[in-house]
Design a protein. Structure first.
Length: 105
């Protein structure tokens, strides 16, 4: 996953990784944020917002690049609080393999 992402932004507390944003962008029109993670002990400190801002900046900035992400249901109000617009446009085809069954017997 990391090898095929062209934008990776991380947040650290000394030598401990506490957050990351993983994204793909054409660096000209759109950046798709695939993952935004902040360790629960470091949440509500602005780390997620800063990761998204730096991801957007790395892709070319909010003046020129549209940022798109898919949120977990429990995170919907978070993105709204950051000023993101909920969109209805789009389609999804889920992967066929159950992620919990990968590598297990």
């Amino acid at each position: 996953m990391f090898e095929n992402s062209n934008i990776l932004v991380t947040a650290w507390d000394d030598d401990r990784l506490v957050g990351l944003s993983r994204a793909m962008s054409d660096l000209g029109w759109v950046v798709y944020v695939a993952d935004l993670l902040v360790h629960e002990d470091w949440q509500r400190r602005g780390i997620g917002a800063a990761l998204l801002e730096q991801t957007h900046k790395a892709a070319g900035g909010e003046d020129d690049i549209t940022l798109i992400l898919v949120a977990a249901p429990e995170a919907m109000t978070y993105y709204q609080s950051l000023g993101y617009d909920k969109i209805a446009e789009g389609w999804r085809r889920s992967r066929r393999k159950n992620p919990l069954s990968i590598g297990s017997r």
